[in-house]
Design a protein around this ligand. Structure first.
Ligand SMILES: Cc1ncc(COP(=O)(O)O)c(C=O)c1O
Length: 304
C-alpha cells in the first residue's frame, strides 16, 4: 500500500486531509484561542521535538491553558504520524485549541481542548532563494505589543502578520520587517531577523517583542561556539538597511539571506560570507542533532 504525502490527526484519530474538519464552534476558529508550534523532519526524524513541545507548553501557560495531553502522548502521536508518511522531509504543525462550547469569549465556556496535528510533505525551497537572497520591505503594520498579545506566544492570532505579509507581497517582496512601538525591528512575519555589521551578528532581544525562535536560539549558540560575536540588541530599520549582511531564520527555512530591503541592496546585493559560513555550521548542527534524536527514538521504540 502506498503511503500518503499528508495526513491529519484530530484528538488522536488519523484522517486524510480531505476529511479533517474542525467545528465552527471551536474557539481556535472563533477567536484564535489556540496555541501551535511547527517543526519539520530530516531523514524522517522530527527536529528538536522536545524544544518545540517545550515552547508549545510555554505558549499554553502564557494564555493560562493547561495542555491535557502528556508530553509522551504527543511525542508518540507525532512519531506515529511521521512513520505513516511517504518520504523523509515533512512539515509538522501541532495545534491545541481551547475547544468548543457555547459561543462567548469566556474561556470557561470551553467544553475541552482539541488537538490537531498536520503532517505534510516539505518540498525543498527554491535554490535561488539561498543563492541570490530574497527581499524584505518595512511595513507600517506594527508588531503586536507584548502587553496586548505577547509575540513570544505562538498563538492563533497572526492577523497583523498576515496583513503585513499581504502588504509585502503587494510590493513584490518576499516578506515584511515588522517594527515595535519604539520603531525598533522585531522580526519578519514568520521568522527572526539578523544583521551582520563588521563581523558582528546582531538580532533583536526577546524584550523587543518577538517569538523566541528555536533557530535563533541554535544560531546564537552555534555562533558563540565558533567564536563569532553574537549580540542580542535593539536596532532600527535604518541600521538594518545599512548592514553588511542580513538574513532571517526559521525552522523550515533555516538561514535565508536577505539581499534587498525597501528596494535597496544590502551590502553588495548578494548573500554575504558570514551568512553562508553560518549556514554551513547550522547544517552540521542539524546533522548532529538528527543523529542524536534518531538514536534516542530507536532506544525508546518510537522508530525501528
Ligand atoms: C513570528 C515568528 N517568528 C519567528 C519564527 C521562527 O521560529 P523558529 O526558528 O522556532 O521556527 C516563527 C516561526 O514560525 C514565527 O512565526
Amino acid at each position: 500500500m502506498t503511503k500518503p504525502e499528508s495526513l491529519v490527526c484530530i484528538n488522536g484519530n488519523f484522517v486524510p486531509p480531505e476529511e479533517a474538519f474542525v467545528s465552527v464552534f471551536d474557539r481556535g476558529f472563533l477567536y484564535g484561542d489556540s496555541v501551535y508550534d511547527v517543526t519539520l523532519t530530516y531523514e524522517g526524524i522530527p527536529f528538536l521535538l522536545d524544544s518545540h513541545l517545550d515552547r508549545l507548553e510555554s505558549s499554553a501557560q502564557k494564555i493560562a491553558m493547561e495542555i491535557k495531553w502528556k508530553r509522551e502522548e504527543l511525542t508518540k502521536l507525532i512519531y506515529k504520524g511521521v512513520n505513516k508518511l511517504e518520504g523523509d522531509r515533512h512539515y509538522i504543525r501541532i495545534i491545541i485549541t481551547r475547544g468548543g462550547g457555547e459561543i462567548g469569549l469566556d474561556p470557561n465556556l470551553s467544553d475541552g481542548q482539541n488537538l490537531f496535528l498536520i503532517f505534510k510533505e516539505l518540498e525543498p525551497y527554491p535554490i535561488e532563494w539561498y543563492q541570490k537572497g530574497v527581499s524584505l520591505v518595512t511595513t507600517e503594520i506594527m508588531k503586536t505589543p507584548k502587553k496586548a498579545m505577547d509575540p513570544s506566544v505562538k498563538s492563533g492570532n497572526y492577523l497583523n502578520n498576515v496583513l503585513a505579509l499581504q502588504k509585502a507581497k503587494e510590493k513584490g517582496a518576499y516578506d515584511a520587517v515588522m517594527l515595535n512601538h519604539l520603531g525598533n525591528v522585531t522580526e519578519s512575519t514568520s521568522a527572526n531577523i539578523w544583521l551582520v555589521e563588521k563581523g558582528t551578528f546582531k538580532t533583536p532581544p526577546l524584550s523587543a517583542g518577538i517569538l523566541g525562535g528555536l533557530t535563533r536560539k541554535s544560531v546564537l549558540q552555534i555562533g558563540r561556539e565558533q567564536g563569532l560575536e553574537m549580540r542580542e540588541i535593539d536596532f532600527n530599520a535604518e541600521t538594518l538597511r545599512q548592514a553588511d549582511e542580513v538574513f532571517i531564520t526559521s525552522s523550515t527555512r533555516e538561514i535565508l539571506p536577505i539581499t534587498k530591503i525597501d528596494g535597496k541592496p544590502i551590502g553588495k546585493g548578494i548573500p554575504g560570507p558570514y551568512t553562508k559560513t553560518l549556514h554551513n555550521h547550522y547544517s552540521n548542527f542539524v546533522k548532529q542533532i538528527i543523529q542524536e534524536e534518531k538514536t534516542k527514538a530507536i532506544k525508546s521504540g518510537l522508530i525501528k
